[in-house]
Each structure stands twice: as C-alpha cells, then as structure tokens.
Design a protein around this ligand. Structure first.
Ligand SMILES: [Zn+2]
Length: 305
C-alpha cells in the first residue's frame, strides 16, 4: 500500500498522462512533462526499446528481411524521428506495425509512417481508433487504421538472422487499461512489450469510456506474471520491469481493491472511499483528468455508473 500512496502523491503533481496537455495552465510546465530526447537501447537479440520523444515508449524488432515496430509515438515528428533512429540500427525496411492499444500517445504518430505497412491490432483497438479518428483533426490518421486485426492470440513467425525463425506472439489481455490491450511476446528475447498494462510510479489509468476495467487490469497483470520464459517487461511509461515489479504492483492493486470492497460493503459512498484511500490533492495541483484506480474499482464493484 505504501508504494501506491507515495506514487499517488507524485501523480497528483504530474500532468503528462496519455501524452496530452492539461487544461490552460499559465505556469511553466514542470520539467517532467517535457519529453526527453529520443534514445534507442538494445533489450536483447533483435529487440530494441525506444524512449523519449513525444508519446509513450515504443519498440522495434529487427528480422532477416524486415522490421516490426510496436506502437507509433504521439506525433508525426516523433514517428519520423523513431524511423530515423531505426535506420541507424538497420537498413532493413519497416514492414509491420503492431499497436498495443488506441491511446493517442501510442497511435497519433501514425501519419509519420510510410504507406504500405501491415498494421496490426486487436479488433477492439481498431474499433476504438475508428471512433477516435472520426474527429476532424484526426482525418490524416484514418488511412492508418489497422488492416489486420485479431482476437485473443496471434502468432507471427518471423525470419531472423542465422537462417532461423522466431515467434512474435500477440496476446489480447484487455479489457484492462482500454477495451482491447495487446501485449507482444518475443520468446527468443525472453521479453514482452506490454503497452500500458503496468503503470509504475503513477496511478494505473483505466479508460472506462473505452471499456477498460480495474478488475481487468489486475487480471492482465496476473496473466503477464504467469507467462513462461518472459523475464523483461517493456512498458509504455516506465523503465523495463522484471516479474518482481509486476508482482509488487499486483499486490498493491489487490490490496486497494480489497479495501474498496470492504468500504463499499460497509455502505461508504464514493466520496468517502476516495477520502479514505487517496492522498489529499496538493494545493496547487490541477484536477486529474481521469478518475483514479480507486474510483474505477468502486464503480465496478458497486455497479454504479
Ligand atoms: Zn494508454
């Protein structure tokens, strides 16, 4: 519990969630809200993690003939920057783009990619993107809706150097953070790119409007911990995590849910539960743009809207 409370305090002074700017705030943004320079780090084998630049962390996987990218950054400029970084690592062309979920900081860079890519997501993610791209400012993104969708599980067999093949497996673990979160497992590298299914150091964000649920988030964490052979978890918004980090997060969230359940069973209102479990907001912090994990858990447990 301690870990969560501490992180929730940090959270309330942080506005870089979902990669969007908060409502008008005349004060300069704290340094933490500005994206740092883009960096590429090799995780293992052909797998690389991209950090920095506008939007969430992304990853790419270099095969014998082509490259798979996972997540598209938040702006065209950041997407182009990422492609330039990939070109410094390999001369193989990017041919596949996997999207873990529909949030803007993972997909709004799509128009920065060349045409002709095979774009893959869960069917639920595609539906969420199609809904979000209805707005006029997203017109340029509509051409990049995933042409390939799957449900539950999709295995891609990929030719890798040395005349071998490697399996890249997409698993749909949503509804959790959104309605259709995907993780991508790179078995040879003992690693998985897990999108936003493990927020560390901040309140786990649940997009209820997209069908995400707190209970689903906990269930997804359990499934990720159970994955055989995966030792490294690459998150959209944290440094690489180990199984022990996921276990710690799971136990924190299970404790929160248990406490919410006990308070709700005792007839406490949402406001009372929030007062009991959330730290008081900092005096000059902007109100959070999203309901807390506590609020989502309460609404789910009580069946309230
Ligand atoms: Zn997200």
């Amino acid at each position: 519990m301690t870990r969560f409370i501490l992180t929730a305090v940090v959270l309330s002074s942080t506005v870089f969630l979902g990669g969007q700017t908060p409502p008008a705030d005349p004060s300069p943004k704290p340094a933490a809200t500005r994206p740092g320079p883009m960096t590429v780090g090799r995780v293992s084998g052909g797998l690389y993690l991209v950090k920095g630049g506008a939007g969430a962390n992304a990853a790419f996987y270099v095969g014998e003939e082509s490259v798979i990218v996972v997540d598209a950054k938040m702006t065209e400029e950041a997407a182009r920057g990422m492609l330039a970084e990939i070109a410094r690592v390999t001369d193989r062309p990017v041919k596949f783009l996997i999207l873990t979920h529909s949030d803007g900081d993972h997909v709004n860079g799509l128009p920065g990619f060349p045409g002709g890519l095979t774009i893959i997501s869960s069917a639920a993610t595609k539906a969420e993107m199609a809904a979000a791209f209805q707005e006029e400012r997203s017109a340029g993104r509509r051409a990049f809706l995933p042409a390939e969708t799957y449900e539950a599980r999709l295995e891609l067999i990929f030719r890798v150097p040395g005349g071998k093949t490697a399996a890249v497996t997409l698993l749909e673990l949503g509804p959790a953070h959104t309605g259709g979160d995907t993780i991508v497992v790179f078995q040879e590298e003992k690693a998985a790119f897990i999108g936003d299914l493990a927020f560390v150091g901040r309140d786990p964000l649940i997009h209820r409007s997209k069908g995400g649920t707190a209970a689903g988030y906990v269930a997804a964490l359990k499934k990720m911990i159970e994955l055989d052979g995966v030792e490294t978890y690459l998150s959209g918004h944290a440094d690489p995590l180990a199984k022990a980090d996921l276990r710690a997060l799971l136990s924190d969230l299970e404790e929160i849910i248990a406490r919410v359940k006990a308070l709700a069973a005792g007839g406490k209102s949402l406001e009372e539960v929030k007062a009991a479990l959330l730290p008081p907001p900092l005096p000059d912090a902007p109100p959070s743009r999203w309901p807390s994990f506590v609020e989502n858990a309460y609404l789910e447990l009580t069946g309230k809207k």
